[in-house]
Design a binder for this molecule. Structure first.
Ligand SMILES: [Zn+2]
Length: 280
């Protein structure tokens, strides 16, 4: 189910879907204790999870609404200390309506091992998500995390946070959640393939066919392709170069100063910290 929140304001339907996403995150084991956070646009503001709550226990009265600076607009609870990461993403990606952050075990295992999910192995992942890059490490609840995410989020819809977890974005809440489910499934399968002797990469011809299908079907999202195509395409880039225009071995980060994007929400750093604990 895809819910475009730009078409629904803060409706009961939106809150129902929001809570459904939170409950699925916990029931699928994507976040332990009070870990993980979810948000979506509601006009110029954002519906978000409060800090300190287990996603499996969240009810409507726990949800909060914050503005673009992270100030509380509605609700009784404090925002998550990871809210600035969400706000930085919304600032950089006007198309993004929802952000999901969790710690699914296989994705987080790859993130802890320093391994991005950026190889063309599963057709459905190439078609729907593309590369899942690994950001540089950031201390949770500091501006290091939104900065690291800001460097890659304009080129992908899913990413791994080094030694931490994963982030997915979408044009709707369920879409962002399903991307999280899909990359966790992908990481799980890749883990099994490596126990069995290692994955077999799709060939450049196979990948290009998928890219063509992807373009024809106008699959949603950015579908970042080959960021390290010297490795993706069976050890070699196609002679004509990467179909998506990336230079072999290059990363989408431009090296520009993104601190302004993060500073806009700086006032809320630490806002969610305290007796309830951090909102990892
Ligand atoms: Zn986290």
């Amino acid at each position: 189910m895809k819910v475009n929140v730009s078409e629904i304001t803060d409706s009961p339907d939106l809150r129902r879907v929001f809570l459904e996403v939170c409950h699925r995150i916990y029931s699928k084991g994507f976040a332990a204790a009070n870990d993980g956070n979810v948000s979506c646009r509601v006009g110029d503001n954002f519906l978000a999870t409060p800090t300190g709550f287990c996603k499996g226990d969240l009810r409507n009265e726990h949800l909060i609404i914050v503005d673009a600076k992270g100030e509380l607009v509605e609700g009784k609870y404090k925002p998550s200390s990871e809210l600035p990461m969400h706000l930085a993403i919304y600032r950089l990606r006007k198309d993004v309506q929802a952000v999901v952050h969790a710690h699914p075990p296989y994705c987080t295992g790859f993130a802890a091992a320093g391994l991005p999910l950026d190889r063309c192995i599963l057709p459905e992942v190439v078609m729907t998500i593309g590369s899942v890059p690994l950001t540089s490490y950031g201390t949770p609840s500091t501006e290091e995390v939104p900065l690291a995410v800001s460097e890659v989020i304009r080129s992908c819809d899913a990413l791994l946070l080094a030694n931490h977890g994963a982030v997915t974005v979408g044009e709707g809440l369920m879409e962002a959640y399903f991307k999280m489910e899909r990359i966790e499934h992908y990481a799980h399968i890749l883990f099994i393939a490596r126990q069995l002797g290692g994955e077999v990469l799709l060939s450049s011809e196979q990948v290009e066919k998928l890219y063509r299908l992807r373009e024809e079907s106008s699959a949603a999202g950015l579908n970042a392709g080959c960021w390290t195509c010297d490795r993706l395409f069976g050890g070699e880039c196609p002679p004509e170069g990467c179909p998506l225009g990336y230079t072999p071995g290059s990363k989408p980060s431009t090296g520009e100063d993104l601190s302004g994007v993060v500073k806009a929400a700086k006032g809320v750093f630490g806002a969610g910290d305290g007796e309830e604990g951090y909102g990892f």
